[in-house]
Design a protein around this ligand. Structure first.
Ligand code: MF3
Ligand code: CO
Length: 261
């Protein structure tokens, strides 16, 4: 069931979105060679605490997700668990995924950061994945359909010679982190749901892009998702509201994002 949000509810989600943006900015500011992914988790948790917000991820699902954020290094696609043993090294790329709850409303976003100098190939992967997210957001127009988003994302990523993960998708978001509809990053096949985008629809678009094939594997920790072929993977995500005036990104960084820091 898809629930559309009122402008007042979207304003609440924007507050959660500001906190998420501040968490990601704080992680970006400290991410460098020698820093552990557990330290990034602490930095994000501190931003949440100061904002009086809570994590969308901590305790989520079964087995309960054990951290505030997800940190996914190199061939890890999503849901990597922060660890004091995982020191970031020059040349790594690290996906940082954060969700915040403010007054019962969720926002969810992710970035992938280069650690020090990275290979030209890694740099291009980051650029193309961030661009894929922008391509998807541009299609989130009232009157279009959810499938238009994935169709555009997939076409763009393939045109660049990379592949898009299909086993994980974006999602509706609001009072829960995961609501209907699913928001795939690929063209819907016949018979797959393809709901229209209505005013007040709030969704998280989150392309996951691999240099190699799209196949995934889940590690023994039951969370960390990696590329089956060990190729590098990147992930960018925003929460947005679909309005008559076009998509409004609720997790935008930059101006206003420091409010919760
Ligand atoms: N952005 C991810 C998602 O939308 C984050 C979920 S991590 C989890 O699914 F730990 F909460 F599952
Ligand atoms: Co998400």
């Amino acid at each position: 069931m898809i629930t559309l949000k009122t402008p007042a509810q979207i304003a609440k989600m924007r507050e959660a979105g500001r906190v998420v943006a501040a968490m990601l900015e704080a992680c970006r500011a400290v991410a460098r060679p020698g820093v552990t992914t557990a330290e990034l988790d602490r930095v994000a948790a501190e931003v949440l605490r100061k904002a009086g917000a809570t994590s969308s991820f901590l305790g989520y699902s079964v087995p309960p997700y054990p951290a505030t954020i997800c940190t996914s290094v190199n061939h890890e696609i999503v849901h990597g668990i922060p660890s004091p043993k995982r020191k970031l090294r020059e040349g790594d790329i690290v996906g940082i995924d954060a969700g915040a709850i403010v007054d019962g409303w969720h926002a969810d976003a992710a970035i992938t950061l280069p650690i020090g100098r990275v290979s030209p190939e890694a740099e291009r992967l980051l650029r193309i994945t961030a661009e894929a997210l922008r391509v998807g957001i541009a299609r989130a127009q009232v009157g279009a359909r959810i499938g238009d988003i994935g169709t555009a994302v997939e076409e763009f990523v393939r045109s660049q010679g990379f592949s898009v993960v299909q086993n994980y998708v974006g999602h509706g978001i609001g009072r829960a982190m995961h609501e209907d509809p699913q928001v795939p990053n690929y063209r819907p096949t016949r018979g797959q749901p393809n709901p229209p985008i209505s005013e007040g629809l709030c969704i998280a678009i989150e392309p996951m892009v691999n240099i190699g094939g799209p196949e995934t594997r889940t590690l023994a920790d039951r969370w960390t998702v990696v590329t089956a072929d060990q190729s590098l993977s990147a992930h960018f995500e925003h929460t947005l509201a679909c309005t008559a005036g076009g998509p409004v990104v609720l997790t935008a960084r930059g101006e206003g994002a420091a409010v919760a820091a």
